[in-house]
Design a protein around this ligand. Structure first.
Ligand code: FES
Length: 571
């Protein structure tokens, strides 16, 4: 690419009043004149925030990226966007994913950037940044922040998935407050995101398998110095990508999406992967539907022995060879010719990798579990689909018929779940309504509902649970999620009543309530919609424009791209 073809030359290459203004104010940061003369300007989109602990080390990471950009002859400019911390934000970080994507999109387009580096970490920061960047489509590379070191608690390795176990022990009196405080500090003992194959790690694997990062992005721990080296190399590479004009749309082909789906199945990745990948595909203009997840991952078994589906942690995964070693096992299935941000086919990223721990990365002929992936269910309870993660479910519940125990909303659930009088047994199906995109709003991670205490006391550890919400990628159980249409828009879920018979048939890919079409229609006719739509602000916009889960829960007007051209460009 020639100097005068750089996008940034539309700002810094100008003469006259406008060029003067563009350069002069940048010079207040001590930037000498030669930096404006034809160097690729690379934005570093930073989700650093002390309110997003998983991304709190991103200032250091950004410095490594800058070093790499300077070294390659580019000029780095770091800019903040809204950050999404999974643990603190209320009502749920997912409510703001689309807002952040708008922030990212407009920040990139409005500024003199030739390329951009996305610094992603905690769950929603990854899809939000990629979605926004897709709607501009300039050369883009992604760096994930890396996972925490494995937690250590009283001689045991622990991670985020243990929270659910700790809480169950707390409820049954096996842990007290002091035990819980100690466990907190032992779990989060270093910088980085959740140390299991939860949503953040699944997103980091998604980034690498889509070809959006350099190899080993998925698993190098945040505290490992090689994470900074990778950031430095990514800084080098983005400058070259600008010169080659290698854009997101060149990398994000249908083959890249297929690769990501297969890899997510093999790693036992988060159910949230499906909703984020659908949203990203719609932004970049790749035709992807829920059904593609069933067909594309059909032949893929579980190869990674990682929590929550298995035993190990992300740190162990890196030492075992990381994602390249796992992708090498999948070679016969993958589109190895798909181009990545390195400018080379995907094959180059993994062909020379080695596995150093066969108890963690299995082979295709001897997988850990022949059952993997995210199963998409259909039926009269979810006409547009619902999802289930079979590798995190109990085998004996995958074919199950039971009576519904219905909760109208999360407050109703919290109030009654431990009521000793609740009419529930181990074969019941817990049904939670109004936790979908529009109804909650924002589709929180409450789908893996707690088992009623009176059943836990008798040793019950799993039940079939159904909702229009999501589940943390660190969660597990026989949990049907993302029911679409959601209750708040009049989906069949809204008319389910206590005692209705629900049939989960994983083998047939079906989820049904045993009611006639006439009965369903009659109940829907009498349905009173109680959803509160916010009167103003972003939440009002979200609730009136959010798509259903099977479409990725993006805002309907954000699909596609507006490109990188600035329409009006004079002061
Ligand atoms: Fe940030 Fe788990 S809370 S990745």
């Amino acid at each position: 690419m020639q100097e005068n073809e750089l996008r940034s030359s539309g700002w810094f290459g100008r003469k006259g009043k406008d060029g003067f203004i563009y350069r002069a104010w940048m010079k207040n940061q001590g930037i000498p004149e030669h930096e404006f003369k034809g160097k690729p300007i690379i934005g570093i989109c930073n989700t650093w925030s002390e309110l997003t602990p998983c991304n709190a080390h991103f200032k250091e990471l950004a410095q490594s990226v800058k070093n790499g950009i300077f070294e390659a002859g580019g000029f780095p400019v770091e800019f903040p966007v809204m950050s999404l911390g999974e643990t603190l934000m209320k009502p749920t970080a997912m409510l703001y994913r689309n807002l952040v994507s708008m922030d990212v999109e407009e920040s990139i387009r409005a500024n003199p950037l030739d390329g951009v580096v996305l610094l992603c970490g905690c769950d929603k920061t990854t899809p939000a940044l990629i979605m926004g960047a897709c709607s501009v489509n300039i050369p883009t590379i992604v760096i994930s922040g890396g996972s925490m070191l494995t937690g250590k608690f009283r001689g045991k390795d622990i991670g985020t998935s243990d929270i659910w176990r700790f809480f169950a022990d707390y409820q049954t009196g096996q842990m007290n407050d002091e035990d819980m405080y100690t466990a907190e500090a032992c779990l989060a003992r270093s910088q980085g995101h959740c140390a299991v194959m939860g949503t953040a790690s699944s997103m980091a694997c998604m980034v690498e398998s889509l070809g959006l990062s350099l190899p080993q992005n998925a698993a190098i721990p945040a505290a490992d110095s090689r994470r900074k080296a990778l950031a430095h190399l990514s800084g080098n590479r983005i400058v070259e990508m600008v010169k080659e004009d290698l854009k997101l749309s060149d990398v994000l082909t249908r083959q890249a999406f297929d690769n990501a789906i297969m890899v997510n199945a093999a790693i036992g990745g988060s159910t949230n992967f499906i909703i984020h990948l659908l949203a990203i595909a719609a932004r970049i203009g790749v035709d992807l539907t829920m059904d593609d997840f069933n067909t594309t991952s059909k032949q893929i078994p579980l190869l990674a022995n990682l929590q929550p589906s298995g035993k190990y942690f992300m740190e162990d995964f890196f030492y075992a060879g990381g994602l390249p070693a796992l992708m090498k096992e999948l070679d016969s299935k993958l589109h190895s010719e798909a181009i990545t941000v390195s400018g080379h086919p995907m094959l180059r990223n993994y062909e020379n990798s080695e596995c150093y721990n066969r108890d963690l990365i299995a082979t295709l002929d001897k997988p850990f579990n022949p059952v993997a992936g995210i199963a998409v269910l259909k039926g009269n309870l979810c006409e547009n689909g619902a999802v289930l993660k079979p590798s995190a479910a109990s085998n004996h519940l995958l074919q199950h018929t039971g009576k519904a125990v219905v909760f109208e909303n999360i407050e109703d659930f919290n109030k009654r779940i431990n009521d000793p009088e609740l009419d529930v047994d181990k074969d019941s199906v817990l049904v939670l309504k109004n936790v979908g995109p529009r109804g909650y709003p924002g589709m929180p991670e409450v789908g893996n509902m707690l088992i009623p205490k009176k059943l836990m006391d008798t040793g019950v550890t799993d039940m079939v649970r159904i909702s229009d919400g999501r589940m943390s990628g660190t969660g597990f159980g026989t949990v049907v999620l993302h029911v679409s249409p959601e209750a708040a828009v009049g989906g069949t879920l809204a008319i389910v009543q206590n005692g209705d018979i629900i049939i989960l048939d994983y083998k047939a890919g079906q989820l049904n309530v045993q009611l006639s079409n006439e009965e369903i229609a009659a109940r829907k006719k009498n349905l009173i919609n109680t959803t509160n739509i916010a009167a103003r602000g972003y939440v009002h916009m979200y609730q009136t424009h959010v798509d259903q889960a099977h479409l990725g829960a993006d805002l309907d007007f954000l699909k596609g791209s507006s490109g990188s051209k600035v329409v009006r460009d004079s002061h």
